[in-house]
Structures are given as C-alpha cells and as structure tokens.
Design a binder for this molecule. Structure first.
Ligand SMILES: [Cu+2]
Length: 494
C-alpha cells in the first residue's frame, strides 16, 4: 500500500512544477528556452580566435548567427621558465587555449581537430554548453582526426573550456584549458583594453627553475603540490617586454580564468582596486574589490581604470605562489604622474623580484654553460639580473647595505676573505655578530637556498666582481658541493 502512495506524491509534485513559473513552456522540440533567440540568421560566420593575452573584438551584432569555431589541439614543447622546457598540450598552440567569443543565442558549430603529429586523443568540455559533458563525448578525437558538434550558446557569461579525456587531471595539468565569452545580446560596455589572463598550476619532476626538459609528475599533481603556478603558461608570459600595456586615464577589462587543475586563485592586482568584478563569471557585479576568488574551472571579469603610471603586478595572493612558483604578471601603465593621488616611486623591485631585471643575460649564461663556454663576464651579467630583487632588498642595489642593519657587499673584506664561506652564507643564512670593514653587525640573513646552483654561483660571481671587489668566479660545481655537504633540518628550504 505504501509504494503507490509515494508514487502519487511524486506525481503531484511534478504536476505542481508544470504549473509553476519556472516551467511555463512545455518541454520537448520547439520549446521556448531563455537565451534561445530562434534559428540563426544570415551566412555562417567564422569565429576569430585569438591567442592570449589578446581577446577577439566585440561582436556588435543584433541577431543570432551560426558561428563556426575551428580549434586545433597541438602538443608543443615550450619554455615554462627560463631554461626549463615542458611539453604542453594545448588548444590552438598556446596556454591558455585560443579565446572564443560568441553572442548569446548563437548556434555554434564546433570543429575540434587533433593535429596528426600529436600522441594523445583529446576532447573538449565547454562550461558554456548546455548538454551532458559540455561536448566532451561528442568531441573525442584521435590524432589526425576531426570531430564536429553543434550547440546553442544559451547563457551569457565567461566560461572555461578544458579537455576531459582520461586521465582528465593530466590533460588539464598540461595546459588544456581556455575561455569562451558569451556576450549578452546588447554587447558589453566599451573599454579601452580587453586582455585574457588565465592561471594554472603545473607539476614537474624537477624542482622550481631546475633547468632542462621537465616531465609531468603525476604524484605531485595528486598531492596538489605544484612546482609552478603561472599566468598564461610561462613565468615570462606577462613580464618585461611581454607585460600588458595601457595608459593613464584608460579602462581595462581582464577576462581572468583559472584552469587549475587543483588550486583556487586569490586574484589580486597590486596597487589597483577593481571598480567592478563579475565574480564567478556570472551576471552580478561587485564593486570596489581588492582580491577576487577564482575557483579551478571558473572565471571572472574584472574592470578597473588607471590613474597613476607604473607597473601593476598581478598575483595569486596566496603569495608564495607569486614569488616562489611564478604566479606573477605585470600591467604597465604609461602616462603623466598624478602626485595628488600617489607620490611614490615608480617600479618597486620588492614586488617585481628578479623579474625587474631583463632575463636575457640569464638565458645567455645558461646556454653558454650548457655548451661549456661560460665566461666570468657572462656569469657577472646573469648574476646582476638575479641579484636585483633577491639580495638588493637588503644589501641595496649598489651593494652599500644600510648602516647598522645590513652589511655592505661593496668593498667587503669579510666577503672577499673566504669564497667558500660566502657560498655557505647564501645557502644557509647568517646570524650572530660579524665585523665588516671594521663595523659590527648582529642581525639575521635568511637562507637563500631556493636559488639553483648556477643562479647562486652567478650572483656571487657578480657580487665578488662589483663595486670595487675583484675575485675569481664561483662555479655551480662549488655551490653544489657545499650544498650536498650541508645538513639541514627537515622542512628547511632545500
Ligand atoms: Cu586532452
């Protein structure tokens, strides 16, 4: 007797939902669905896709169209950090993948091509698609093949897409994600610049900045312990000459995604306040936001205007990721000073770290080291680039230190007296009283053991040959030898 009673209740619940406002339209073919503006009009349009950090232009169209998207998966070897290469799996050859821009109500004919030289099958799950798997099942594609499926972009917003081929985590960790913008029918408010930035976490067998080709490390990925956390797939993607650009007085809109696979991003621009954030990529706006949370597999649209020139550093404010795993990008604003709003100095090397200097000499030295032709001069130049933002915060850019606080490296008798001791100081730090050029210091220098052997060797070669110092070069082998012979407590920087 109980079962029929239950069925009856279910039936009446359902009856109630037919008459509620939510389901005013009967289901089935021909139903009117919100965001469905009817069949596509006009000739099919080929979507213009862009590589990051560029965004395709606004759509300015007042009718639904059929839009053809052609995306090719490429497995490519690229630089993840200076001197470190990694095999990325990509949508369109870049990490993140090509930016797709359509209008709400558009019918999207999606073509996924898997480049013949690729090794893996791939597919695509678009979070902006209504339908099981977001396209994943319909788009499974072997190397050298192409698949096609069609969907209607019913919901406006900014949506992540990603590969969903097993092992899904590995495909995502290798860079298989990107963004699709579904513009509202009336378009978006005009701004001066639109840019595409996407965070991701990467897992390599070698440690941070360990040179050479690095393989994916599955166990690290499972443990959620990334070696790199990056914007746009490389440490150098958005710094130096690749920094984003704008002018004082202009407005900037960033489409910020987070591909994960694991980490949630606390996205922050140092020195700016977001005027508006469409958090979680939805339609609601929050105003005057300092840091916005972007989940893995999520995105946000942030907008701000620039009043003061300078370098604005974008970070994941889980801050070790920014300074020790690479999650740092720069927006450079040019224009006249506005001292009534901000009186300070322009570039802050504390926030830029070693990215304040040009990485070119570092790359040059590494190439020379690999070919066995490294000269002292090359080491000095490379060391100077890494000294900036690493040692200069305390010992100052000119090596003079600060009286009673930080001892000088310039003309330092203590430094020059013992090369091996100097290597040990940088590796292991220094505490207790020391006398440098007759002046006493009794403070603490933290260990700098996060530096690689060659970075440390180059820095010390620079320091020992600058500001009146002159000495022989320090080799990576000398650093390696001392590092290996040093015992450190469990958990101390390696
Ligand atoms: Cu894939």
């Amino acid at each position: 007797m109980k079962m029929p009673m239950r069925l009856l209740m279910l039936a009446s619940l359902c009856a109630a939902c037919w008459t509620s406002g939510v389901s005013a339209n009967p289901p089935g073919a021909g139903a009117k669905v919100p965001g469905d503006f009817g069949p596509p009009h006009g000739e099919p349009i080929h979507a213009e896709l862009t590589s990051p950090p560029q965004v395709p232009p606004p759509i300015h169209r007042n009718y639904p169209a059929k839009v053809i998207v052609e995306l090719e998966v490429r497995e490519v070897e690229k630089e993840i950090s200076e001197g470190v290469s990694y095999t990325f799996w990509t949508f369109g050859g870049t990490v993140p993948g090509s930016f797709i821009r359509v209008r709400q109500g558009d019918t999207v004919e999606f073509h996924l091509k898997n480049y013949p030289d690729n090794k893996m099958p791939h597919n695509i799950d678009l979070h902006g698609v209504t339908g099981p798997g977001g396209g994943a099942a319909s788009s499974f594609t072997a190397p050298g093949h192409e698949s096609q499926f069609t969907f209607k972009a019913l919901n406006q917003g900014i949506y992540v897409y990603h590969c969903a081929t097993a092992p899904v985590g590995m495909h995502v960790a290798n860079g298989m994600y990107g963004l699709m913008l579904v513009e509202p029918p009336e378009g978006m408010k005009a701004v001066d610049h639109e840019y595409y930035v996407m965070q991701g976490d990467f897992y390599t067998v070698g440690k941070y900045r360990e040179h050479g080709h690095q393989d994916f490390d599955m166990q690290r990925a499972i443990d959620e312990k990334p070696t790199y956390v990056l914007f746009n797939g490389s440490e150098g993607a958005l710094v130096g000459e690749h920094a984003l650009k704008a002018k004082v007085g202009q407005t900037v809109r960033l489409f910020v995604g987070n591909g994960g696979p694991n980490l949630v991003s606390s996205f922050h621009v140092i020195g700016e306040i977001f005027d508006r954030v469409r958090y979680e990529g939805g339609v609601h706006e929050q105003e005057n936001v300092q840091t916005t949370l972007i989940p893995a597999g999520g995105a946000a649209i942030v907008e701000f205007h620039l009043d003061v020139p300078g370098s604005y550093v974008m970070v994941d404010h889980s801050i070790f990721r920014a300074f020790n795993k690479g999650a740092l990008a720069v927006l450079k604003a040019e224009g006249p000073e506005n001292k009534s709003i901000y009186s300070g100095k322009e570039v802050d090397s504390v926030y830029l770290g070693d990215k304040a200097a040009s990485p070119a000499p570092v790359a040059e030295a590494r190439a020379a080291e690999a070919s066995g032709t490294l000269t002292k001069e090359q080491q000095i130049k490379a060391g100077e680039a890494r000294f900036t933002g690493t040692c200069s915060v305390c010992h100052q850019a000119n090596g003079q230190g600060l009286p009673n606080v930080f001892p000088p490296l310039a003309g330092s008798d203590f430094l020059m007296a013992d090369k091996r001791r100097a290597i040990g100081i940088v590796l292991n730090g220094l505490t207790g009283p020391v006398t440098v050029n007759g002046n006493g210091f009794n403070s603490v220098m933290p260990p700098m053991s996060q530096l690689n052997d060659d970075e440390l060797a180059n820095i010390l070669t620079f320091v020992r040959n600058s500001w009146g110092n002159s000495g022989d070069a320090v080799s990576a082998a000398e650093v390696q030898e001392l590092r290996a012979s040093t015992k450190r407590p469990e958990g101390a920087a390696h």
